[in-house]
Design a protein. Structure first.
Length: 131
C-alpha cells in the first residue's frame, strides 16, 4: 500500500465515520436510542479503521482492530487508552441494541454514545491531520 493509498483509505474511512455520526444524530433526534447507539459504534469502528489504514494496516476482525489500535496508537501515546476502550464497549452496546430484546437504551445513553463517538472521531482527525 503506497503512502497515497494509505491516506486515501484513511480519509475514506473517516468520511464513512462522519456519515455514521449524522445517521446516529438523526436516530437520536427521532427518539430512537437503540439505533443511535448502534450507528455510534460504527463511527468509532470506521475512525479506528482509518487510523490503521493511515499506517498501512488493516484488521480482519473486531479483536484485531482493538489489538492493532492498542499496539500502534495507545502504547506509543498517540491515543488515550480511554478512547481506545470505547471501541470494545460500543461494540458490545451495538450488539445488545441490535440483538438483545431485553436491552434498554435510554435517550441519555444514546446521547452519551453520540458524545463518545464524536470524541473518538475528533481524536482520529487530529491524529491524521498531523501527517
Amino acid at each position: 500500500m503506497t503512502g497515497e493509498n494509505r491516506r486515501n483509505n484513511a480519509r475514506t474511512e473517516l468520511k464513512r465515520a462522519a456519515t455514521c455520526l449524522e445517521e446516529a444524530r438523526h436516530l437520536q433526534a427521532a427518539d430512537l436510542p437503540y439505533g443511535a447507539a448502534s450507528r455510534a459504534y460504527y463511527v468509532v469502528f470506521h475512525a479506528a479503521r482509518g487510523l490503521l489504514f493511515s499506517i498501512g494496516l488493516e484488521a480482519t476482525s473486531h479483536g484485531g482492530l482493538v489489538n492493532l489500535l492498542g499496539e500502534h496508537f495507545v502504547r506509543p501515546g498517540h491515543l488515550e487508552p480511554e478512547l481506545a476502550r470505547l471501541l470494545s464497549r460500543m461494540q458490545a452496546d451495538r450488539h445488545d441494541a441490535d440483538y438483545f430484546v431485553q436491552a434498554v437504551f435510554t435517550l441519555a445513553e444514546g446521547a452519551q454514545a453520540l458524545a463518545d463517538a464524536e470524541r473518538f472521531l475528533e481524536a482520529a482527525h487530529r491524529l491524521l491531520d498531523r501527517e
